[in-house]
Design a binder for this molecule. Structure first.
Ligand code: ADP
Ligand code: MG
Length: 254
């Protein structure tokens, strides 16, 4: 069973904002070595679920464990140390820093146990390791040629690749990617999907991905969960999700 594999387990997760229940008794798993999809209409609770997993908000009910370690109320630093990394729905890069500097922040954040969108000074003795991890990640993402450019000067497609490289430089075991191909055109999105497939195969990590494009889900995910108004309305293999009446009604409105 998926929940018995190493990785992330969410059990009965409920998150409220005042009187509004954004996530309602959600149970799902994202094993290492697999790509797990999380889909659903706008406002379904996908980003909120990510925020609970990465530690920027505390759930009202339920638990979140990683490799059996309870993280429900753990600080963000502990989650980073254990190997959970993330990207953001809205691109969060330092525009005035170079691509290389942005990617290095991913590694530094992992070492320091902070969010990759915090600027840090690398500790002495760690600089070579940070630099090496960043070069490897940029190479894998095909952005070495723009390593010296300021992040703010790049196209959306390139900026999405920088975000991914920053997450990869952290050498996390599970990456939470919140709509990582949003803003990309068809061919960029296809290339991004192929890159993610390569990353899972080569790096042996797990990915939990929020994604709107059903083609990406079917081409990439091993398994997918569908949220609507904070409720899990369906889970299964991508082809089962695609052919589900319930999903079609909720998500595609047909
Ligand atoms: P999704 O990522 O699936 O589009 P979100 O998780 O961002 O949805 O939001 C789920 C619901 O929770 C929405 O109704 C949204 O308005 C609400 N919500 C999200 N964050 C907050 C917040 N910080 N305060 C109040 N309501 C929020
Ligand atoms: Mg969202």
């Amino acid at each position: 069973e998926r929940k018995d594999l190493p990785g992330l387990n969410i059990d009965g997760l409920t998150i409220r904002f005042g009187g509004h229940t954004a996530v309602n008794h959600l149970t799902m798993s994202a094993p290492i070595g697999q790509v797990t999809g999380l889909i659903g209409p706008n406002g379904a609770g996908k980003s909120t679920t990510f925020n609970a997993c990465s530690g920027s908000l505390t759930p009202a009910e339920g638990s979140i464990t990683f490799d059996g370690v309870d993280l429900t109320k753990a600080p963000e630093s502990k989650r980073a140390h254990l190997g959970i990394g993330r990207t953001f729905q809205r691109i969060e890069l330092f525009d005035s820093l170079t691509v290389r500097e942005n990617v290095q922040l991913g590694r530094e954040a992992r070492l320091a146990g902070t969010s990759p969108i915090t600027q840090l000074l690398p500790r002495k003795g760690e600089r070579a390791m940070v630099a090496e991890a960043a070069e490897r990640a940029m190479e894998q993402c095909g952005i070495l040629d723009v390593a010296g450019a300021r992040a703010g000067r790049l196209s959306t497609g390139q900026r999405r690749l920088v975000e991914l490289a920053r997450a990869l430089a952290g050498d996390f075991r599970l990456l939470l990617l919140d709509e990582p191909s949003s803003g990309l055109d068809h061919s960029e999105s296809d290339a991004f999907t192929a890159l993610l497939r390569q990353v899972v195969a080569e790096n042996g990590i797990g990915i939990l991905i929020v994604e709107h494009d059903m083609n990406v889900i079917s081409g990439l995910c091993d398994y997918a969960y569908v949220l609507d108004f904070g409720q899990l309305i369906f889970e299964g293999l991508p082809r089962e999700v695609l052919s589900s009446e319930i999903v079609r009604k909720a998500y595609l409105g047909t």
